[in-house]
Design a binder for this molecule. Structure first.
Ligand SMILES: Nc1nc2c(ncn2[C@@H]2O[C@H](COP(=O)(O)OP(=O)(O)OP(=O)(O)O)[C@@H](O)[C@H]2O)c(=O)[nH]1
Length: 299
């Protein structure tokens, strides 16, 4: 039987970071991972970080729970048929309801092949503390992701004070008393916590879950032309003008004086810029509500 983990968590909470940490630790144990990655947009920046020899299926342009169970089934079937692996990790989009996504994995076809270990939710702890400022829909999805987890990572602890850390854990435990909650920074989770999960995610509990909290977020792909480049300051100024219904941005942004477009990440007010050694197509994916109405940055 192959163990299956479903990584859930709001946009930008640290799922891909957890995925990379987990892959590294599986390899240290000589276990082979296979990955299914689901993205809301047409491009998957995160999949570029996955080594080529790891079997990877991408489900782009929509949420795993909306795309339908058949498509997930087909992806799993083709992984089982074509690839050798010991552990399957499914990373959902941050807009997915974890139970609906897991439901897509339950199929009589795999009953003898897959051992579904459970839902691992990565939570942005700072965002958790500020959840009152979210739209009702977003907040309720956040709660659902915590409520249905079998293991919770209270991530981004580096951004909190000691008392805030305790508050996050206390509040999450009140919502989900069954899951173990682990405080992490950079989703640094020893793999034993995953491996100890007891395959508690059974179809019966799935049917009882409250479904329907799914968020229908939009994604917009912005392509920069070859003459365009920004100063980092100007780009950051544009970010400050964005409404808080923009949850996530990822892309390669051309910056004046820097040879290759820089890898850019934005999650809940925080930006990250990293140099890129390969010349990537300059573009940006914006995920949030009403993203088609946003004004774009000016070079
Ligand atoms: N300060 C801080 N930043 C973190 C931490 N964990 C992850 N990040 C950063 O948060 C951003 C989002 O991390 P990802 O791992 O890509 O998040 P994700 O949940 O996969 O994002 P989506 O796939 O877009 O939903 C990146 O810039 C990470 O470097 C943490 O513990 N502390």
């Amino acid at each position: 039987m192959k163990d299956v983990y479903l990584f859930s968590g709001f946009l930008g909470s640290g799922k891909t970071t957890l995925l990379m940490n987990t892959i590294r630790q599986l390899k240290e144990q000589n276990l082979k991972p296979a990955i299914i990655m689901n993205e809301l947009g047409a491009l998957n920046f995160d999949s570029q970080a996955i080594e080529e020899n790891i079997p990877l299926k991408e489900m782009l342009n929509g949420c795993i729970c909306c795309t339908g169970a058949e498509k997930t089934e087909a992806q799993i079937q083709s992984l089982l048929a074509d690839s050798e692996f010991d552990v399957l990790i499914i990373e959902t989009t941050g807009a997915a309801h974890p139970v609906e996504a897991l439901d897509a994995v339950y199929s009589p076809l795999f009953a003898n092949e897959l051992n579904i270990k459970g839902i691992v939710t990565v939570a942005d702890s700072k965002r958790w503390l500020e959840r009152e400022g979210m739209s009702i829909q977003t907040r309720s999805l956040f709660l659902e992701q915590i409520r249905h987890a079998h293991l919770i990572l209270a991530n981004k602890m580096d951004l909190l004070t000691e008392s805030e850390r305790a508050k996050v854990t206390f509040e999450m435990q009140n919502i989900n008393s069954h899951a173990l909650i682990i405080q992490t920074t950079n989703a640094s989770l020893p793999i034993k916590y995953l491996q100890r999960l007891q395959a508690t995610a059974r179809p019966a509990s799935i049917q009882q879950a409250t479904i329907g909290e799914h968020l229908h977020l939009g994604s917009r792909l912005v392509t920069f032309n070859s003459e365009e480049s920004f100063t980092q300051e100007k780009f950051e100024e544009w970010i400050k003008t964005l409404p808080n219904s923009v949850y996530r941005m990822k892309g390669f942004v051309p910056i004046e004086g820097i040879r290759n477009p820089m890898l850019f990440q934005y999650a809940y007010g925080l930006t990250q810029w990293l140099p890129e050694y390969v010349k990537m197509e300059p573009n940006l994916v914006i995920i949030g509500e009403n993203v088609n109405e946003l004004e774009l940055p000016k070079a």
